[in-house]
Design a binder for this molecule. Structure first.
Ligand code: TXE
Length: 492
């Protein structure tokens, strides 16, 4: 059986404890590999290596252009190995090969974009109000970054953190999810080949308690970039506050996908299906609350259910498959328990609601695409993130009520508006409290466009130019060009 070691200071190493944990293939439900079970000693080794690489040695001596070239080269190597990386993630995570091929071929763009940005980070000359001084600013890297990722899209979520962190000049300790460490450990083989000095990028694998906690509380870590649940994000934020570490937190959502009666219904049905059943609903931006205007509700639900019924489930390695398994057994149990919650709350089951017993699903962790109608926004099934193929359909009367329902929730990550009225599209985009509003589309992302949450969905932004500033801090430099030093007891 394949065993994956950690990557610390340029070497693949076993955990200090010598222990391993199992990683499962969600399609078979069986163990397919083992991963080194890291602990506080491994975290300390990795952070010390990252700190050393940050403060001394070749990385700290590179010009911004040289750094950018390395980041760019890493993108080239990912493109070269895209198929292998995609297959590794399908095996470990159960994501569809068709989706992963697209994703891994797109991931290099984050490295090209931020690699190109590395030498375009300019300070300012401040036109001071005081004579006799020259004042300018520099943007300097924060230091060691802890990049903690979730299991649902390991490589994409890592790229969103690693590319801007390296371009900014930081060094990084990565902690992938204990459920899906393999693709990160395959990817990290490219670091040395790209030419990064040892210690600049490290990976420590293991559980949240054993690796995540010591990493977030380590005094030499200056920033935590995290994607995961809001509960863990809150815990990390509290730990980070104790030593004033910076945080970027990409947390959950319960995104409203809102369809007005003037929308192109065929497009909106496609958008609703892709919003909740793509990636088996295991995306933070899942459009898990479908808000339908009363007048089109019945017709829309009928079309939606008939399209969702056609979804082909089965082996995620087959490019024919449209809905794959749930990635982890605990998540599978959680999704089924939320289906019970919805039934007990009185929602109407319009589709699915059971484990998938189709022969092509074998022993894997599959759940039928599930649609609940008659949901009201106060139900738990409308307020809590399920993170699976479960859609809650909620009726609304008019624009005002749509906005009220959309915003009556603690999350604010994604949102969709389907309408042919441009004025309404703009009004809705102004009123919805979410980091992203998609109009007549859903689930589009780009390395150029900022991504992040309002409210409990997170702190900070990934992608786009502003993302690199989240790994930089500003220094103001004052030079006396002839001012008298004057009275030492008075502020200048
Ligand atoms: O997430 P966690 P889990 C939701 C989804 C799922 C639930 C739990 O509903 O059922 O969260 O999933 C690390 N200090 N989402 O347990 O715990 C952990 O090891 C530092 C939604 O996988 O948030 C992993 O690497 N790190 C979400 C990462 O944090 C800690 C995506 C995320 O794990 C830690 C994933 C600690 N104390 C799950 N505890 C989204 N919306 O995108 C854990 N970790």
């Amino acid at each position: 059986m394949e065993q994956f070691k950690m990557y610390i200071d340029g070497d693949f190493v076993e955990a200090a404890s010598g222990e391993w944990f199992d990683s499962f293939d969600p399609f078979t439900g069986k163990v397919w590999s083992q991963v080194a079970a890291g602990g506080p000693a491994d975290v300390d080794r990795a952070v010390q290596a990252a700190h050393k690489a940050f403060t001394s040695g070749p990385w700290s001596e590179l010009t911004a252009s040289q750094r950018g070239m390395l980041v760019h080269r890493l993108g080239d190597l990912i493109a070269r190995d895209a198929q292998k990386l995609a297959e590794m993630e399908v095996q470990d995570n159960g994501k569809l090969l068709a989706e992963m091929q697209g994703q891994v071929n797109y991931v290099p763009q984050w490295f090209y974009y931020f690699g190109g940005l590395a030498d375009k980070i300019e300070g300012s000359v401040i036109p001071l109000d005081k004579k006799g001084y020259f004042n300018f600013t520099r943007h300097e890297p924060l230091g060691v970054v802890a990049a903690i990722t979730a299991w649902n899209s390991p490589l994409l979520l890592l790229a969103w953190k690693l590319a801007p962190a390296l371009a900014a000049g930081c060094t990084v300790v990565i902690k992938p999810s204990e459920f899906t460490s393999a693709s990160t450990l395959e990817f990290v083989k490219l670091i040395k080949e790209a030419g990064f000095p040892d210690g600049v990028v490290n990976v420590v694998t293991g559980y949240g308690k054993d690796v995540g906690e010591p990493l977030t509380s380590h005094p030499l870590v200056r920033k935590i970039a995290f994607t995961g649940s809001d509960a863990t994000g809150r815990a990390i934020n509290q730990i980070a506050a104790k030593s004033f570490k910076r945080v970027t937190l990409e947390l959950g959502g319960k995104s409203p996908n809102i369809v007005f009666d003037d929308a192109n219904l065929e497009d909106a049905v496609n958008g609703a299906v892709s919003g909740i059943f793509a990636a088996t609903g295991q995306t933070c931006i899942a459009g898990s609350r479908l808000l339908l205007q009363e007048s089109i509700h019945d017709e829309f639900v009928e079309k939606l259910v008939s399209l969702a019924k056609t979804a082909r489930m089965g082996n995620p390695m087959s490019t024919e498959t449209q809905v794959g398994p749930i990635t982890t057994k605990p998540q599978y149990d959680k999704v089924l328990s939320y289906i019970d919650v919805a039934k007990n709350e009185g929602a109407n089951l319009a589709l699915g609601g059971t484990p998938a017993s189709r022969p092509e699903c074998g022993e894997g962790w599959f759940i039928e695409p599930t649609v609940f109608t008659g949901v009201t926004n106060d139900m738990r099934i409308a307020q809590e993130e399920v993170f699976g193929p479960v859609l809650s359909v909620i009726k609304f009367k008019d624009e005002e009520e749509a906005v009220k329902i959309a915003n009556d929730i603690r999350f604010g990550l994604g949102s969709g508006v389907w309408t042919s009225d441009i004025g309404r599209a703009i009004r809705m985009s102004e009123k919805i409290q979410a980091g992203t509003v998609w109009v007549n589309t859903y689930r589009a992302v780009s390395y150029m466009s900022p991504f992040g949450g309002y409210k409990d969905s997170g702190v900070g932004r990934e992608s786009g130019i502003e993302a690199i500033y989240q790994y930089l801090q500003t220094k103001s430099v004052w030079i006396n060009t002839g001012a008298k030093t004057g009275n030492p007891f008075v502020l200048k």
